[in-house]
Design a protein around this ligand. Structure first.
Ligand code: PLP
Length: 451
């Protein structure tokens, strides 16, 4: 209950490693192994990892079924590619499974080693289609400010973060439209519905300005992850998709974080009730036990890619480890574990408690809002709640909070001025209490220091 969080949060040393130096003094936390949702460092200290590694270790760090699936496949057939019409049986089985669990009636799958490469691959598919369909000018890619799509030259260009300017990115032709964060970007007196309508109108104006036949695709995370866990404003995807449909622009759902259960449904697009033209998957697809990404094309793009590839002989793209048999065997097991062994159900069961804990912590006068969906959430630190004024940028309060948490055996992530929580799907109620106790204590300590 919230009361237990409050009473325990009062004693910040309760769980603390007070005998050890701070994170800054001791440098990196070097880990040796994991147990369930905990990771253990070289000094034997245990940390509850409230970020599931990097959003991906949803089944925890020692799931016996996943390591057994990996071992069995290493023994049977430890590596192969997916070129020239040859591939492992696991690769075929996973493709069938992915289409089966996707929202699509039929589809096609392309494998990569990461989410960045999956976004890159999707962009190359759209460019390939543009050429094959006699519209070579159709090359521009639209994403949103604050979005995160990866680190390769293309996926970093898609990413709507200013830090990529150090690389001279984005590349030409990558366009960033407004971020649908109503709390931060809604204007005075503007309702959430009006805000959504404005986002859609601004998108349409930009498409017209650029020339609709120069746009190859629109990519969006159902809930922005690395942008600071930002769920869309009410009706956002319906409004945006109506615009995209008017101009025949595909909507690609980047489900690298939201895929396989994070928001309470298998896909984020189900949670927000829209049908994308393709899905980008990675991270949870193997529960983090193998590096893998996948592009899952819906029926229209699948048919068009098939026709284009046949006309041009092939789609000349692929990675040595695309469709790696061990990765595919692990993914098959991970999907089974999440969907059939109670993990997805646990996300849904724990969500009310997660929301209650976030709402409780958001009562803190220095938390401007809490936001999230399913088991992903963020608390936005502010200097002034009424005016939503952020803390001075030179003093990263969120980083201090996260470091204080680390000192007390909890790993959570600072993103901008927000503290992000993205617990593994195996989390129990007592572990969730521990998470909120420790974070509550850290908030009190740091806000008292910086106020
Ligand atoms: N897309 C989204 C939504 C992500 O959150 C990430 C990584 O966090 C990526 C793409 C990139 O994936 P990767 O780090 O595997 O390249």
């Amino acid at each position: 209950t919230p009361n237990s969080w409050e009473s325990r949060a009062d004693n910040s040393s309760l769980y603390g490693f007070t005998d050890l130096p701070s994170v800054h003094e001791r440098g990196a936390v070097v880990l040796t192994h994991g147990e369930g949702p905990y990771v253990i460092d070289v000094h034997g200290r245990r940390y509850l990892d409230a970020n599931s590694g990097l959003w991906n270790m949803v089944a925890g760090f020692d799931h016996p079924g996943l390591t057994a699936a990996a071992k069995a496949q290493y023994d049977r057939f430890p590596g192969y590619h997916a070129f020239f019409g040859r591939m492992s049986d696991q690769t075929v089985m996973l493709s069938e499974k992915l289409v089966e669990v996707s929202p699509f009636e039929k589809g096609r799958v392309f494998y990569t080693n990461s989410g960045s490469e999956a976004n890159d691959t999707m962009v190359k598919m759209l460019w390939f289609l543009a050429g094959a369909e006699g519209k070579p000018q159709r090359r521009k890619i639209i994403t949103r400010v604050n979005s995160y799509h990866g680190v390769t030259a293309v996926s970093a260009s898609m990413t709507g973060k200013p830090y990529n300017s150090v690389f001279g990115l984005p590349l030409p032709g990558f366009i960033h439209v407004g971020c649908p964060h109503y709390w931060r970007f809604g204007r005075d007196g503007e309702t959430e519905e009006q805000f959504t309508a404005r986002m859609a109108a601004e998108l349409e104006a930009r498409i017209i300005m650029e020339g609709p036949d120069t746009i190859a695709g629109f990519f969006a995370e159902p809930v922005m992850g690395a942008g600071g866990v930002i769920p869309p404003s009410k009706g956002y995807f319906q409004a945006v998709q109506a615009v995209l449909k008017r101009y025949g622009i595909p909507l690609i759902s980047d489900e690298v974080i939201t895929g396989f259960g994070r928001t309470g449904n298998t896909w984020g697009c189900e949670t927000y009730d829209f049908m994308p033209d393709a899905i980008i998957s990675s991270k949870n697809i193997t529960a983090g036990f193998f590096p893998m990404g996948a592009v899952i094309l819906g029926p229209d793009l699948a048919d068009r890619m098939q026709a284009a590839a046949e006309a041009i002989e092939e789609f000349p793209h692929g990675f040595t480890a695309s469709g790696h048999p061990v990765g595919c065997a692990i993914a098959l097991k991970a999907i089974d574990v999440v969907m059939n062994e109670g993990l997805a159900e646990n996300v849904r069961a724990l969500t009310p408690k997660f929301e209650a804990g976030m709402a409780y912590l958001a009562e803190n006068p220095n938390i401007g809002e809490w936001r999230g969906k399913g088991l992903m959430g963020a608390l936005e630190a502010v200097k002034d709640k009424a005016t939503k004024t952020p803390f001075d940028g030179s003093l990263s309060v969120s980083e201090r909070i996260a470091n204080t948490c680390t000192d007390h055996g909890l790993i959570c992530r600072p993103l901008g001025q927000a503290i992000v929580l993205c617990p593994p799907f195996i989390m129990t109620e007592p572990q969730m209490d521990e998470m909120f106790d420790k974070l509550g204590a850290a908030l009190k300590k740091v806000f008292a220091e910086v106020a």
